[in-house]
Design a binder for this molecule. Structure first.
Ligand SMILES: [Zn+2]
Length: 302
């Protein structure tokens, strides 16, 4: 949805230009990103969406990220299926896709998506996946690379603060007060810049699946003065926007094109630009701190 606004919404120019000097600067951090993998082994390869094909696409992503020797990889949620015939089957899918993702030779991280909670609960899900160096049971957490603080948020909550995963639907999406105070404290504890990973977006008030207290969350991010970008999934076509100096970049789903992959290698440069090298359906671009973002090229498979 909202594909048209993808690049223009981010303020990206369609000119194939580069930011001066950006190509030759050694990045502070380099990481691989994939979103909305939706792996499930129950659909014929001829049909679309082809959940089964995500396994091969994940393999390609991991192979490339190993070759690129990135610092870490993140999957942005909706890692498995669209619900399933049974809890056992979804657990099997989760084990299968996690084994593939686990071939990455470095730290790997997960963000909880709404579909990950059908029919699993957070405790069960977190037991099956590795978030490198993060103690078991944390659905929101942070880690550091290259002096940058990376914060993973958990948007799988309803207005009353209850978690998804109890068999009830996800009609509401909220970040509860407890997590917001944790976010404030976490941002305050770091003197450098931060990047946020989350599943549901924060930039599209009123749209289905947008975090309903997004203004409140954005205020926390803005007041910290530290957040370079929020990187999320959920909207499969990938959209985005820049609001009050912060980029809200929505990764396109790996599932969405039957024959083509979608993933990215992101690099944080010393001037805090974020260089996005897109693979498959993801367009390459540079998000610069002053908002002068530019598309790098139409195809970036180099
Ligand atoms: Zn989702």
């Amino acid at each position: 949805m909202k594909l048209i606004s993808t690049l223009l919404g981010l303020g990206l120019s369609l000119l194939p230009m580069l930011l001066p000097g950006a190509e030759n600067e050694r990045p502070l951090a380099r990481f691989g990103i994939v979103s909305d993998v939706h792996y499930a082994a129950y659909q014929s390869p001829q049909k679309h969406p082809n959940y089964r094909a995500s396994l091969q696409k994940m393999r390609e992503f991991v192979k490339n990220m190993n070759q690129e020797k990135v610092d870490f990889v993140v999957e942005l949620g909706d890692y498995v299926g669209r619900g399933g015939p049974s809890r056992e089957m979804v657990l099997e899918w989760l084990t299968t896709v996690e084994a593939e993702y686990g071939r990455f030779q470095g730290p790997r991280y997960h963000v909880l998506g709404n579909h990950d909670m059908a029919p699993l609960d957070k405790e069960t899900y977190l037991r099956q996946v590795e978030n490198t160096g993060i103690p078991y049971g944390h659905s929101y957490y942070y880690f550091y690379f290259g002096g940058i603080q990376f914060i993973v948020l958990d948007t799988d909550y309803r207005r009353d603060g209850t978690s998804y995963g109890d068999g009830r639907p996800w009609k509401e999406t909220f970040i509860p007060a407890k997590q917001l105070s944790w976010l404030k404290r976490t941002l305050a504890s770091h003197s450098g810049k931060s990047i946020i990973f989350m599943h549901q977006p924060l930039y599209d008030e009123g749209a289905d699946g947008n975090v309903e207290n997004s203004r409140e969350v954005r205020k926390v991010l803005e007041e910290s003065g530290k957040v370079l970008a929020v990187i999320n999934g959920h909207y499969h076509e990938g959209v985005g926007k820049r609001i009050n100096g912060i980029y809200y970049y929505n990764m396109r789903s790996m599932l969405n094109s039957p024959a083509e992959n979608s993933y990215a290698l992101m690099e944080v440069l010393p001037d805090y630009s974020i260089r996005i090298r897109g693979f498959g359906k993801i367009r390459s671009c540079v998000l610069s701190p002053d908002g002068g973002s530019q598309e790098k090229s139409a195809d970036s498979r180099k």
